[in-house]
Design a protein around this ligand. Structure first.
Ligand code: AMP
Length: 291
């Protein structure tokens, strides 16, 4: 069965009000479309936890700091709707920019702390765009749960902080990164990789997993991550914007993984910017008496 599509806040609210009247719980999966298995895993997580799953499809101009990236962003709504129907989503909310940012729109949601550094440093204004649109989607839908991928780990923390700070009654659920069989994290931008770049791309995840293993064994981040940067350059990647060890809970920079941590990176491959991150379990050194 086709997935019903709504394009206005009014129609979205009407649908959700009907579900609420039947006491059905509502989950939200915000996306920018060009759906892949990563997105569909969020839909499945939604279906496991809520009675009705709304997927939003909005390529949010406010979160693109680079106009060329926005212009090149894939747009495949018919395919997306077909995939959502197969996955069992209940509603596709696909507003146009005018619906989200009508004439006179003047409000920006800005999240200090979690937005700083990494993506925030290299994509100025990106997280303001994300926090603003996600706050609107939360409030427009009135969903009780929202599903986000760990693929965008910093975004997940920004969204969590925003919902908490603005008292939006929604639980933000983190879902694991879905990878291709060769390890490359799925991304809508991967279709823009040439064949040669696509062959090289999984090396990023491999370098992160190797470094994460050493960090979990107690290695010091500074020299290890400098070596990882060099390894990526030698392999044929372009600029490594960042490769950083951060606390999983607070995103504070760490010199060693003495608490559960995350290793996060952004690198260029041709015209495509890849981001990825992996978990780093707390190193045993943390629990050793006298360490
Ligand atoms: P996007 O369409 O890229 O804005 O992503 C929409 C949602 O899908 C975000 O919560 C992403 O973190 C999530 N997502 C994107 N790629 C993946 C992936 N490979 N695995 C899991 N979640 C993903």
């Amino acid at each position: 069965m086709a997935v019903p599509i709504v394009r206005t806040v009014t129609d979205l609210r009407r649908t959700v009000a009907g579900w609420r009247a039947e006491n059905l719980s509502v989950g939200l999966v915000p996306t920018m479309g060009a759906l892949h298995e990563g997105h569909l895993s969020l839909v499945r997580a939604g279906l496991a936890r809520t009675d009705r799953v709304i997927v939003t499809l909005f390529v949010n101009p406010k979160q693109f700091n680079n106009p060329a990236d926005l212009a090149a962003y894939p747009s495949t709504e018919d395919d997306d709707a077909a995939k959502l129907a197969t996955a069992g989503a209940h509603l596709l909310y696909a507003p146009d920019a005018q619906e989200i940012y009508p004439e006179g729109f003047s409000t920006t949601v800005s999240v200090a702390g979690a937005s700083e550094g990494m993506e925030g440093r290299f994509r100025p204004g990106h997280f303001e765009g994300v926090a603003t649109v996600v706050a609107k989607l939360f409030l427009q839908s009135g969903a009780g749960l929202a599903f986000f991928g760990e693929k965008d780990f910093q975004q997940l923390q920004v969204v969590r902080r925003m919902a908490r700070d603005l008292d939006i009654p929604i639980e933000v659920v983190a879902c694991p990164t879905i990878r291709e069989t060769d390890g490359l994290a799925m991304s809508s931008r991967n279709v823009r990789l040439s064949q040669a770049e696509r062959t090289l791309a999984p090396r990023l995840a491999a370098v992160l997993f190797e470094a994460a293993k050493k960090l979990a064994a107690g290695a010091e981040a500074g020299p290890l991550l400098a070596a990882s940067r060099d390894a990526l350059g030698r392999a044929g990647f372009g600029e490594v914007e960042y490769i950083e060890l951060r606390s999983e809970a607070s995103l504070a920079p760490l010199a060693r993984a003495l608490e559960p941590a995350r290793l996060l990176a952004a690198v260029w491959l041709g015209q495509v910017r890849l981001i990825d991150n992996v978990a780093v379990p707390a190193s045993l050194a943390a629990g050793r008496p006298g360490s």
